[in-house]
Design a protein around this ligand. Sequence first.
Ligand code: F6P
Length: 344
Amino acid sequence: MRKIGVLTGGGDCPGLNAVIRAVVRSSIRYEWEIIGIRNGWKGLIDGDIELLTDYAVSGILPKGGTILGTSRTNPYKNPENIQKLRDNLKRFGIEGIVAIGGDDTLGVALKLHEEGIPVVGVPKTIDNDLNGTDYTFGFDTAISIVTDAIDRLHTTAESHRRVIVVEVMGRHAGWIATMSGIAGGADEILIPEVPFDMDEICRHLMARYERGKRFSIVVVAEGAKPKDSDMVITQSSERDEFGHVRLGGIGHILAREIENRLHVDTRVTILGHVQRGGSPTAHDRILATRFGVAAVECIKNNDFGKMVALQGDSIVPIPLQDAVGELKTVKMELYEISKIFFGR
Ligand code: F6P
């Protein structure tokens, strides 16, 4: 009987449990034992595991978060951790790992693969910024939540004749802002890929005002920055083990500036972790399930060092090095579409 480990790393995201369930259920056909590794790479360093039986994954398909827990632990921060990780793999008899994560978790997976540890990656992030896959699971749920929020903010903005600034996640890539902004009919969308110009934003908002539209919705990604500065707005300068600071607050700065310049009542909504919580959409449940099944097939074929990816209608294994290192930013043709509606 083969023993396979599965872990979830980085920020959580709707659909993680659907992948875990798919890995366990599709492994039953091969009579493998699935070991759940708790809290990402940390669990492999600490030897913190649990047996994932068919029963253990019952009912988790629609559940948000991850039954295994997650962390932003980077084992390469301390070389001793790699030895501990190796010792635990041996101790538990784990012959292959399914690592479900974003750029950081899969970056570690690639390094481990290069050191001879058998790993297969599954692409996860609400940010949709992983290369090699058309979509990551979790993204569809996030943009559904943000679109719903924009719809709700529209009615109150219109009633009070206000500008409402909606701050969404998106550290280096503005996929959530762009897609939910298009879906929700945002009047301005600001993303990390395109530094913004305050004068231009105000011109757009004034143009709407002059057309008799006395309210506006501005969607801003947390990593957006003005043209004349390279500084992103942070909540704390403390860095995690992958070197990331905690972003947040650009919405308040924008709102203050809009109110000062245009003298229009302005409010801010920061959606934060609401975007990552709760039940995955049907689309994400299906994608996550397909990824989980495909990861098991990779292991069955001893096809390690791969990430399962969605390309067109198919799920295909691609080399991990094609997915990590460089992030997938918003396609400019898509952003150009959103721009047609600015100031209208
Ligand atoms: O998972 C990526 C992400 O959603 C980013 O968009 C965001 O900056 C980050 O997570 C925040 O996560 P946390 O508060 O858990 O560190």
